[in-house]
Design a protein around this ligand. Structure first.
Ligand SMILES: Nc1ncnc2c1ncn2[C@@H]1O[C@H](COP(=O)(O)OP(=O)(O)OP(=O)(O)O)[C@@H](O)[C@H]1O
Ligand SMILES: [Mg+2]
Length: 365
């Protein structure tokens, strides 16, 4: 189980959007995900289609008592969609900030960590959304997490406060005696502005390997998804929002070694075209195999029907070229070579398919 907190004291930089849609994309890939909403604004809860007013107990009840005295995290969890549960928040959580803030007990920043440890049901990922301040709720989230994602809006002030935030986290690591893997995620990127491009360059030059390869572009569909209380994986899998968050999900899924070895396809940093103009492109899949008698291509783009909608070309050196017209999106596929399913040997980006076996992944932005 990996526990990841998404934090930044700066408001509106895309924390909740990242929590909800990273959760949606990981769940879409078949991983079991729990979102823990630690923000009294309850935007993650709402973004996953749960009205905080409709739930009888929320994360407040879990955290306001000493461990073991209140309900367990699993007892207040609500199902949002397949593979995706949420521990909801509510406005009462702001009272906890004050209550725990005035307590001197050393356990007051450990309550969430204990609650996560005691989860009886295994999740693959626990994703914790933080409020826009570094108070006792955020400290609880950092104690519980092994990894931290800091979304940075790629604006004029992108870098403001980041150094201080990294210092705070380092300080906490010292006190915790546990390391946090911290990564920065450029968000709300608008390639049409000079500011955004400059901010992205500055972030990459300053923080280098700490920065995800993925950049989350500005995409109105993400805002619409939030308003409708669904993840982008449910609303629109052809949107840039889905492409970018799926790219993030895959980057999170890759372990270090794979990350270093592989060439990750990063969505191109082009201005977002109007939806009508984002037409399908002819994509060429090339496989060199002299001995094969029949090479077919199947993926979610053709409902896994080998060679449906695929144009085949063969060259004299034994290369099979498969041409498919695809719009922006994240696609899984495999070759069907002389009756056997195989992932693409030239593509290092792979995931376990929902029906078992290994699929190759292609991102078109
Ligand atoms: N990539 C994006 N494209 C378009 N809109 C976005 C994107 N990311 C976030 N937004 C919108 O920007 C607003 C702020 O985003 P979000 O709520 O995720 O930020 P936050 O950091 O969680 O804010 P807070 O600090 O208040 O918790 C929301 O209306 C959200 O829908
Ligand atoms: Mg938020």
């Amino acid at each position: 189980m990996r526990t990841i907190a998404v934090m930044n004291q700066k408001g509106g930089c895309g924390k909740t959007t990242t929590i909800v849609n990273l959760a949606g994309c990981l769940a879409h890939e078949g991983h079991r995900v729990l979102v823990v909403d630690m923000d009294p604004q309850a935007h993650a809860t709402l973004g996953l289609g749960i009205d905080p007013e409709d739930v009888s107990e929320n994360i407040y009840e879990v955290l306001c008592e000493e461990p073991g005295e209140g309900p367990g995290l699993d007892e207040i969890v609500v199902n949002a969609s397949e593979h995706l549960n949420v521990a909801p928040s509510g406005v009462i959580l702001s009272a906890l900030e004050q209550k725990l803030g005035s307590e001197s007990s050393s356990g007051r920043t450990e309550r969430l960590a204990v609650a996560v440890e005691r989860l009886p049901k295994p999740y693959d990922f626990v994703l914790i959304d933080c409020p826009p301040n570094v108070g006792v709720l955020t400290f609880n989230a950092l104690r519980a997490a092994q990894e931290v994602i800091i979304p940075l809006e790629t604006s004029y002030y992108a870098m403001h406060g980041v150094a201080k935030l990294l210092e705070t986290i380092a300080l906490l690591e010292d006190r915790l005696g546990h390391e946090l893997r911290v990564r920065l995620l450029p968000t709300l990127f608008d390639g049409r502005t000079r500011f955004a491009k400059r901010a992205l360059t500055e972030i990459r030059e300053t923080y280098k390997d700490l920065v995800f390869d993925t950049v989350i572009r500005h995409n109105v569909r993400l805002r619409e998804a939030a308003q409708r209380g669904v993840t982008i994986a449910k609303l629109d899998r052809r949107s840039y929002g889905f492409v970018d968050y799926m790219s993030l999900a895959l980057e999170v899924l890759f372990d270090e070694e794979q990350r270093r070895e592989s060439e990750i396809t990063v969505p191109a940093l082009t201005p977002e075209p109007e939806p009508e103009t984002a037409g399908d492109k002819g994509v060429v899949f090339a496989l060199k195999n002299k001995d094969a008698e029949a090479v077919q291509l199947a993926g979610d783009f053709n409902n896994w029907v080998p060679d449906a909608g695929v144009e085949t070309r063969r060259s004299a050196d034994g290369t099979w070229e498969k041409v498919v017209r695809l719009g922006p999106g994240v696609y899984q596929y495999r070759y069907f070579i002389d009756g056997e399913w195989q992932p693409d040997p030239s593509n290092p980006r792979r995931v376990e398919g929902p029906a078992g076996g290994i699929n190759s992944v292609l991102i078109i932005s």
